[in-house]
Every structure is written in structure tokens, then in C-alpha cells.
Design a binder for this molecule. Sequence first.
Ligand code: GTP
Length: 314
Amino acid sequence: MSTNFQPPVSINEQKTLFPKIDQGSSVELGSITKSDALRDLRLRMSLLLQTTLDTERLVRIVYEEICKAVEVHGINYRYPGMQISIMVGRQNQHKVTYRLTANEDTYGEIVFCRSRRFKEEELMVLESLLDLFIYPLKNSLQYRRALACALTDSLTGVGNRQALMKTLQRELDLADRHSLELSILMIDIDNFKAINDDHGHLTGDTVLKKAAQNIVNVIRSSDMCFRFGGEEFVVILSNTGVEQAQVIGKRINESISEGIEAGIHKNPITVSIGAALLQTGMDIEKLLQSADDAMYIAKATGKNKTIIAKELVS
Ligand SMILES: Nc1nc2c(ncn2[C@@H]2O[C@H](COP(=O)(O)OP(=O)(O)OP(=O)(O)O)[C@@H](O)[C@H]2O)c(=O)[nH]1
């Protein structure tokens, strides 16, 4: 379908699904097809889209503004490359999908849904308004990418310390508000200095990457792993008691001692882990300290094990 967009923006209808033909349904566009009304709406929407870099908020603005012009029951913006899928409103049987492109770059696709098929003149209005979405969307995606980079440890690919602190505070607030259990694991690679000293820092870096991968492979996708610093990692286990956390810790112990190339080093790579449960009145620092203390007990009593923080051991 050709569009009335000016280059370099192009929004191409990729696929139109009309499973049922709605003969006789009429579409009342009212005054919106009049150029003045459409121009006013475009101006308003354009200003609103400049007020935020948040992708969810942008999609909501598009939905709310487009609904003033065309009956739409739901929109779904998705960008699998960045694992984004945002649904506003509800799904419905008639859909029209636009791939969002500018200067040959693609920024995902947007699907408009409703219970009856879209008319040609409605699609023209949709396209005219959608045109305004591309550049705010592009900025928002760039911002998202920059945020993700700033919160990722570049060596291991897991979250960095800043991400840990932000996420832990959020999880702590949620656990407090909903009276949920929250446990963490403090994980430290054993004898890591010797790995560096015997095999060099590049090998040390490889061990760090493999350790992070092993941890991520063993935990659930809802659990979160972060590099705390040096050879230390923290896993946040939401809605999890400390006994269950210890089970997960032991699984990590096994996975790393069996899973990381023993040939790298004369002894198998192992980790010592402290498990701590959020207790009433604890802040982030106290929770981390509690897990750290337990991790040091694991080190002091033979390494390659998971110990529960002492506040819980009678
Ligand atoms: N290769 C590499 N080494 C790092 C990195 N960050 C910290 N280290 C090293 O990690 C080592 C940590 O050594 P120690 O704190 O003595 O701990 P350890 O040898 O693991 O001893 P235990 O904790 O008692 O088992 C130091 O040699 C640091 O230089 C990194 O990003 N890459």
C-alpha cells in the first residue's frame, strides 16, 4: 500500500488480515477527514509524543490520540529484536499491521485491532497519525539501548552493580508491600587469584564469563543475576524462602564445579555462596552484608558450598 508520508519516513502495510468480510458496516469518520481537524490532531499528538522517552508511554499516547480519529480497540507494538511487546487496549479479530521504518532502518511493527474491518479512508488517517510516531519511537529505542548498556556488565553480559542496586531496591519495596519472601545469593569464585596468577587475566576473564553463564542457566528466568564486582555475583530470588535459595545455591555449586573446563586450572573451578533472607527492618546494605557474611563462612569452612546467613540458623 502506498502511503501519504513524506520521505524519508515510510510506514508500509505489511500484512492485512480480514478473516471475515463485514458487508454493510459503515464508518463514521466525522470531521476528522477534514484537513483542519486532522492537522489539529497531528499537532497535538506530535507535541504529546515529544513529552516522553518511555516506549510504553509513547504507545499509549498513539493509542489514545488515534482513538479520537478512528475507532480502534487495541494496539500492539512489538520489536522482537529488543524483546519489546506492548499491548494497549484489547486484541480483536480484524487487524492491520504496519512495519515501522525510517532511512531503511526498522523499528518493529504496530498492529491495530478492532471488531470490524478498517476502511480505506480510516487507514489513511491511521497512517497520517502513525507518521508522527517514528522519530519519537526511534529516540525512545536509542534511550532504551543506552540505559541497557549502562546497566550491563560488559565482560559477562549480566547486570552490573548499578543495575543490582536499582533492582534490589525495587524488589525489596515489593516484598515489603506485599509481604513476600525475598532471598539473595552472594556468589564468590574460589581461589580466583590463583587462576589469574597461573593462567593470566584473559583466562580469568573466560572463567568469569563461564561462571555467569552457568549461573544464568541454572536459575529461573524470573530470577536475576548481577556482577557485584571482581569475581562476585549476586542472584535475586523474588518470592523465595531461604531454604529454597540454598537449594538453588547448591545447584549453582554443582553446575560450576562440574560445568567449567577443569583443564583451565589444576583444580575444578568452584564457588562459595551465602544465602540470605530479607528480614523485617533490613535495608539493601544489611541484606547484602548478611549474604556476604554467610559467603565468608562458606569460604572459611572448606569452600564450594552454600551457607545460610546466621540470623536464620538456630
Ligand atoms: N581476570 C580478572 N580478574 C579479576 C577481575 N576482577 C577482579 N579480579 C581478580 O580477582 C582476584 C580476587 O582474589 P581474592 O580476593 O584474593 O580472592 P580468591 O583468590 O578468589 O580467594 P578466595 O576468595 O578466598 O577463594 C584478584 O586477583 C583480582 O585481581 C576481572 O574482571 N578479571
